[in-house]
Design a binder for this molecule. Structure first.
Ligand code: SAM
Ligand code: SF4
Length: 324
């Protein structure tokens, strides 16, 4: 389905929960989180119902995210049910990797197509400073497990915050040693991210080129997102950048987002959208549900205004609640 600006919207990101087993400094506060009661969170049947309706409007790719999606028990059966929907070609997962090694065999049987593992550093001490937890070994086990399935597409996502340059070089090196892509995600001024200054793409690229030699843009589109990629000599995978501020990509945005409480959002930055949970729990027909989804897609905002003075109906939630 096309939105009012002619963009083809075929990708739905679903936050399964606002809960998480890490506390990344740019995403969640250490304490004082108001946890949403479980009864307020969509169950498997409700999520599948939204996805079925969305697939009839042209959504063909689904990403499960959070909070940490794997802390929710429904993740494995949900992947299976979503993969069985006609019209859904791809179900993927974004995870911090802690619970991945133990759950991946079942996720693979359920039909998972790809996994993005968020990993900001390979240095245990820096990992603990960023995530406020000492769980690096579990994440690395998760990554190793993911790489053991040749059919699974694997990416590593790194948000450059205060890691030393050596850590960024090491993380990028994962794409030299393994068949995976490493993407650097520019910090977005959403939730706690507002407290950080984004480290620009050019700066990171310069660091990596000093370490690994020149980076050549590929122009490829690998996956569903706005990432642009580079090849490097002797690298098995690519290095990518998702730079929402310095390389704004809203013109080609293809996604809408469902929060764990069943609110469908047209854009990460704005609170506009539709309360699908209220409709579903109020006993709405499939036609009504579809019409509500269609309206959110059609009215999707033109783009974020992170860098503009004039403000609108900005998102007040933290990233773990919206579903990064
Ligand atoms: N817990 C899972 C994980 O960490 O992969 C899924 C949810 S997390 C919110 C998804 C992604 O959003 C992570 O890669 C995280 O680093 C990123 N993220 C969180 N806050 C961000 C911010 N303010 N700007 C840019 N990326 C952010
Ligand atoms: Fe949890 Fe992911 Fe947010 Fe880190 S980025 S606190 S792992 S939801």
């Amino acid at each position: 389905m096309l939105d009012r600006y002619g963009r083809n919207i075929n990708y739905l990101r679903i936050s399964l929960t606002d809960r998480c087993n890490l506390r990344c400094v740019y995403c969640m506060p250490e304490e004082g989180i108001h946890q949403i009661p479980r009864t307020e969170i969509l169950d498997t049947d409700e999520i599948v119902r939204v996805c079925r309706a969305a697939s009839e409007l042209g959504i063909s790719k689904i990403k499960l995210t959070g909070g940490e999606p794997l802390v929710r028990k429904i993740c494995i059966p949900l992947v299976k049910e979503l993969k069985a929907l006609p019209g859904i070609s791809e179900v993927t997962l974004t995870t911090n990797g802690i619970l991945l090694a133990e759950q991946l065999p079942e996720l693979m049987k359920a039909g998972l197509d790809a996994v993005n593992i968020s990993l900001d550093t390979l240095a245990a001490e820096t990992f603990e400073r960023i995530t406020r937890r000492s769980a690096l070994p579990q994440v690395l086990q998760g990554l190793e497990k993911a790489l053991s399935y040749p059919s699974l597409k694997v990416k590593v996502n790194c948000v450059p915050t205060f890691q030393p340059e050596a850590d960024l070089i090491q993380i990028a090196g994962l794409a030299r040693e393994n068949l995976l892509h490493v993407r650097f995600i520019e910090m977005m001024p959403i939730g706690l991210g507002k407290e950080f200054t984004a480290r620009g793409e050019e700066q990171i690229k310069a660091v990596l080129e000093r370490a690994y030699g020149s980076m050549t843009p590929t122009g490829e589109r690998l996956g569903n997102g706005p990432c642009h990629y580079y090849t490097l000599e002797n690298f098995q995978g690519r290095i990518g950048f998702i730079s929402a501020l310095s390389h704004k990509f809203c013109d080609s945005c293809n996604r809408v987002r469902l929060t764990s409480t069943g609110f469908l959002k047209g854009c990460l930055q704005f609170e506009n959208g539709a309360d699908l949970k209220a409709l579903i729990r109020g006993g709405c027909s499939d036609e009504t549900l579809k019409a509500a989804i269609e309206k959110v897609i059609y009215e999707k905002p033109a783009g974020h205004n992170f860098q503009e003075k004039k403000k609108g109906n900005e998102e007040s939630h933290i990233m773990a609640q919206i579903g990064g």
